[in-house]
Ligand binder design. Structure first.
Ligand SMILES: Cc1cc2nc3c(=O)[nH]c(=O)nc-3n(C[C@H](O)[C@H](O)[C@H](O)COP(=O)(O)OP(=O)(O)OC[C@H]3O[C@@H](n4cnc5c(N)ncnc54)[C@H](O)[C@@H]3O)c2cc1C
Length: 391
């Protein structure tokens, strides 16, 4: 079947969080907008996010919550469209929500409410949706952009790339955005899985026997001052849970992660104050850790003797437990992709490519990656609004 070339002012590629928001904002400015996606449905990650309740923002959103080769880049967009702005939108649609923990806002019922909000905003902007648009190719000439796809050919003054990162390929993730950036001469900060469970092996494989056990830890990584006090969870293959997902974004292959297994606690005080034997050690550990973990630690972190010094060294070890991950669970399990389009090649206020007028990159495809807790959606909204006002 052949289609006539369709003309638009702005074409947005990718109907995820960032693409939907950007299309709505541009459309509501009076721009003729088409939103193209190779999938057959919009917002698939929104629907599975936050365990189906979408952690749509975080009230403590600030630039320090993001990783990027240029930590200053995100500041402008985040300041122009804040968590408060998105909360106002959520309230306008009467979507009930609550703070779960650490400023994380979730829908009371279902993430569908957030997708419906975005679709309604697109409707207000008369956005045209084009799904199953496979094989998208783009060329630029002096009249703008020509976009070819299995769903027909388009011309547009501007193109906004919101095709996300590589996380969760089964939900349609591709490296398309990176390829397109390279095609137009933009640089890429090497993508890597982030917010992802870590794998353990070798002498640390014993931890996988504790699968299902969780405890509060303080996680850090060498070379960064950022620490996270949240839960870790042992899995059949290594470590997960919020603290581990958070620190995974900072972990570098071949390096360690450092866990304080008992933040603020003096675990072995019982030994210093009283009997010094294996039974008391286990008792002390059980006071602070789940039983299986206490039993494991009694084997791998017991003091080497019962002197004060040996006990103090063992206590220090519990607070600086160095793990040597052998890898990550990779993109199939990574909540986001760190790295991406180099922000040095984008304008911070608009997300437009510095050397390709009319071409914009927003959301996860850009080298801006949030901590766990609603920050990635806030980046999607903020970068989308910045581009939607300019594209
Ligand atoms: C399981 C899970 C839970 C999450 N929970 C949260 C949460 O609660 N809070 C939070 O802040 N963040 C969460 N995230 C992260 C968040 O979902 C992403 O950061 C956010 O969706 C990024 O938005 P985006 O629009 O940039 O990309 P995406 O949402 O990934 O959208 C990209 C779109 O582009 C389309 N696309 C890709 N390639 C092509 C192509 N070649 N041609 C055409 N279209 C293409 C895709 O089909 C998709 O629709 C979660 C992620 C996962 C995987």
């Amino acid at each position: 079947m052949s289609f006539p070339i369709r003309e638009y002012d702005c074409i947005v590629l990718g109907a995820g969080a960032a693409g939907l928001m950007c299309a709505a904002v541009a459309g509501q400015r009076g721009r003729r907008v088409a939103l193209l996606d190779h999938g057959s449905l919009p917002g698939r990650k929104i629907l599975i996010s936050g365990g189906g309740r979408c952690n749509f923002t975080n009230i403590h959103c600030e630039p320090g919550r993001f990783l990027s080769a240029n930590p200053h880049f995100a500041k402008s967009a985040l300041a122009l469209y804040t968590a408060r702005h998105f909360i106002e939108l959520v309230k306008k649609y009467n979507i009930p929500f609550h703070e779960k923990t650490l400023g994380q806002l979730f829908c009371d019922h279902s993430a569908h409410a957030i997708l419906n909000l975005l679709l309604a905003e697109c409707e207000l902007g008369r956005v045209e949706h084009v799904y199953d648009a496979h094989g998208i190719e783009i060329e630029k000439d002096d009249k703008g952009f020509r976009i070819n796809s299995a769903k027909g050919d388009f011309r547009s003054e501007t193109v906004v790339v919101a095709t996300g990162g590589l996380s969760i390929p089964k939900l349609g993730a591709t490296g398309f955005g990176y390829d397109l950036a390279r095609q137009f001469g933009l640089r890429i900060v090497e993508p890597r899985p982030a917010l992802v469970p870590l794998l353990l092996g070798g002498s640390e494989a014993g931890w996988t026997q504790l699968a299902g056990v969780s405890t509060l830890v303080r996680a850090s990584a060498p070379g960064t001052k950022t620490t996270f006090v949240e839960k870790m969870l042992a899995t059949h293959r290594g470590l997960s849970g919020p603290a581990i997902l958070q620190i995974s974004s900072y972990w570098q292959p071949g390096k360690t992660i450092d866990l304080d297994l008992a933040p603020e606690a003096n675990v072995l005080k019982l030994l210093l104050d009283g009997r010094r034997d294996a039974g008391t050690l286990l008792k002390a550990l059980k006071e602070h850790f789940p039983v299986r973990m206490a039993e494991h630690l009694a084997k791998v972190a017991a003091p080497k003797g019962w002197s004060n010094l040996a006990i103090e060294v063992a206590e220090r070890t519990l607070h600086h437990f160095a793990f040597h991950p052998t890898g990550t669970e990779g993109y199939p399990k990574a909540e986001v992709t760190a790295g991406g389009v180099d922000t040095a090649d984008l304008q911070a206020r608009t997300m437009e490519a510095r050397h390709v007028p009319g071409l914009f990159f927003i959301g996860e495809v850009v080298d801006v990656t949030g901590h766990l807790g609603g920050f990635n959606f806030q980046w999607a909204w903020a970068s989308a609004v910045a581009a939607g006002k300019a594209a």
